[in-house]
Design a protein around this ligand. Structure first.
Ligand code: KIV
Length: 293
């Protein structure tokens, strides 16, 4: 599908990045750059920056809703944010996370939930946490015509079983399990796979052994792509941020500083000045002047 908005000169035609495009990057590159997004404004800016894929992750529970983990996030919430993100993604592929208990019950439940993400969330593919135990779920979703991105290593939906958000795949058996999980998800038909919080040598082995792109987060440089949470990348997170999350800007501090100036100007009667007020001879209806582009 082509769009005439954002990501290039005005009026330029932009082709959407598809799941097969991302799959093909394994052999031809360049590395895939994926970022999470949860709303229209952020999606449009990330799309304009050339990000290849926007993930509406269930991390929205922590980033947007302020929860301690991702478990309470619902399919309807992922769909709501998906529709907003899709409107801002002229080029980037839009991936929707399958939240906790939207697929674990059975492969049939997984197909139904994946279908809902495409029909009601405007997503172009879905992401599902799980290894060998969920290969059949992935196979059935793919068979229904929905592209699937896998996710192995640290699977945040298993936070209680794992005893916390901890690195996975340390040691021989644990490392072999990550490799066999990734192979099983590839065999089931996934087009790409996220590797979260695994040692770089394990990520390198998986990347060598599977024919689909690996997209790492806290998994070192050998992966075929990387993913970061947008608020980590932009320096908007407060409190602890993981060691692997490189900050490319300090937007958190910039927002606090700008907003504090606004507060001071309102209290001091400096804002609004004449420059930001309508004049009696301004043309057009005031409501038109308020329309945002
Ligand atoms: O939910 C999420 O944002 C994710 C990424 C961290 C990969 O799963």
């Amino acid at each position: 599908m082509y769009s005439s908005t954002s990501g290039g000169p005005p009026g330029a035609l932009v082709r959407k990045v598809t799941a097969p495009d991302l799959r093909a990057r394994k052999s031809v590159g360049p590395a895939i750059a994926m970022v999470t997004a949860y709303d229209f404004t952020m999606a449009r800016l990330l799309d304009e920056a050339g990000v290849d894929a926007l993930l509406v992750g269930d991390s929205l529970g922590m980033v947007v809703q302020g929860l301690a983990n991702t478990l309470p996030v619902t399919l309807d919430e992922i769909c709501y944010h998906g529709r907003a993100v899709a409107r801002g993604a002229a080029r980037a592929h839009v991936v929707g996370d399958m939240p906790f208990m939207s697929y674990q019950v059975s492969p049939a439940q997984a197909v139904e939930s994946a279908g809902k993400l495409l029909k009601e969330g405007a997503f172009e593919s879905v992401k599902i946490e799980g290894g060998e135990d969920f290969a059949e779920h992935v196979r059935r979703i793919v068979r229904a015509g929905v592209p699937v991105m896998g996710h192995v290593g640290l699977m945040p939906q298993s936070v209680h079983a794992l005893g916390g958000f901890k690195m996975q795949g340390r040691g021989g058996d644990a490392a072999s399990k990550i490799v066999s999980d990734a192979r099983a998800i590839e065999d089931a038909g996934a087009y790409a796979i996220v590797l979260e919080a695994v040692p770089p040598d394990v990520a390198e082995k998986v990347t060598r052994e599977v024919q689909i792109p690996t997209i790492g987060i806290g998994a070192g440089a050998a992966c075929d792509g990387q993913v970061l949470v947008c608020t980590d990348l932009l320096g908007m997170s407060r409190g602890h941020t993981p060691k692997f999350a490189k900050k490319y800007a300090d937007l958190g501090d910039a927002i606090v500083k700008a907003s504090a100036r606004y507060v001071a100007e309102v209290r001091g009667g400096v804002f609004p000045s004449a420059e930001h007020a309508f004049k009696p001879n301004d043309g057009g209806a005031p409501s038109l002047a308020l329309v945002r582009s």
